[in-house]
Design a protein around this ligand. Structure first.
Ligand code: NAD
Length: 296
């Protein structure tokens, strides 16, 4: 049994913390939202009075927060109160620069605390079912200590490299996802104009060189893949607001590093328009309806 503190018990963090309890660990948690705390308490998490109270005895601290500024603020708050041997793991999706700053914070004031960035793929379903993929950045020692804990919340844990490498892998992967979903959606819309049935295009592309996850797992038209959100009124799934967040992070990183990503930029713009049209809460595959409705 490991003593774990879990800060941020929202849609993702709540079920992740619950899975650590199920695995037999002692989990103390904190969230600013009383509703999230109530749910976590009913899942067996001991709710602390503050972030600092939650982490005091922890061997491992996990944070699962909305964005870089929240992670930086929470880590700055808790670091002076954690034990010298504590390992800190941030599972939030944040920008690479903040991720590196967060690692640097853990090394400040002569404390040299072990830290790992470990964002996830797999969504709320993966968090509930403990089938997430973790992509991690940090030292090999930190990875080796974290792996047995992360593997109770996911099915795959990859060490991508040094500090920030997990966040880098996450935004690169999700940039592929955003671009490929738009590509698949455009192909279905063109197929419609050419009189091609959805099933015919799916049967060909899913076994040809157009094959990809956006087509075969998350098909944006109803029918060919019964479990895709298109069959359920485009309920997420993976909300368009989160896709936009990740595409913006990819663009920030591209600008900072000088990488040319013209299709990533185009995808970010299209998802911004889709979000602004009131679709933030729709699944990101709903972009097909937006594309179909455009006149240009
Ligand atoms: P969420 O908004 O449901 O949860 C975040 C929680 O953090 C909230 O409950 C909020 O009250 C809490 N919080 C904020 N500031 C805090 C503070 N100072 N102290 C304590 N608690 C604080 O968001 P989520 O969907 O759980 O996502 C969390 C992270 O995971 C995000 O970075 C997101 O991009 C990433 N992510 C989400 C998904 C998804 O499908 N939801 C998938 C992959 C990655």
């Amino acid at each position: 049994m490991t003593i774990i503190a879990f800060i941020g018990l929202g849609n993702m963090g709540g079920p992740m913390a619950a899975n650590l309890v199920k695995a037999g660990h002692s989990v103390s948690g904190f969230d600013l939202s009383p509703a999230s705390c109530d749910q976590a308490r009913s899942d067996g998490v001991t709710i602390a009075g503050s972030t600092i109270d939650a982490v005091r005895d922890a061997e491992i601290v996990v944070t699962m927060l909305p964005a870089g500024k929240h992670v930086l603020a929470v880590w700055a708050d808790i670091l002076p109160s954690v034990k010298e041997s504590t390992l800190l793991i941030d599972c939030s999706t944040i920008d690479v620069e903040s991720a590196r700053k967060v690692h640097a914070l853990a090394r400040e004031q002569g404390r040299n605390l072990a830290s790992l960035d470990a964002p996830v793929s797999g969504g709320v379903g993966g968090a509930k079912g403990a089938t997430l993929t973790f992509m991690t950045g940090g030292t090999k020692d930190a990875f080796d200590r974290a792996e047995p804990i992360l593997s109770r919340m996911g099915k795959k844990v990859v060490h991508c490299g040094e500090a920030g490498a997990g966040q880098a892998a996450k935004i690169c992967n999700n940039m592929i996802l955003g671009i490929s979903m738009i590509g698949v959606a455009e192909a279905f819309v063109l197929g419609e104009k050419l009189g091609l049935s959805h099933q015919a295009l799916f049967d060909v592309a899913s076994t040809s060189s157009g094959q990809c996850w956006s087509l075969t797992t998350y098909c944006p038209v109803p029918g060919p893949v019964p479990a895709s959100p298109a069959n359920n009124g485009y309920k997420p799934g993976f909300a368009a607001a989160l896709m936009l967040k990740d595409l913006k992070l990819a663009q920030e990183a591209a600008l900072a590093s000088g990488a040319p990503t013209p299709l990533g930029a185009e995808a970010a713009q299209l998802y911004a328009l889709f979000n602004n049209a009131g679709h933030e809460g729709d699944d990101f595959s709903g972009i097909i309806n937006f594309i179909r409705g455009r006149k240009d």
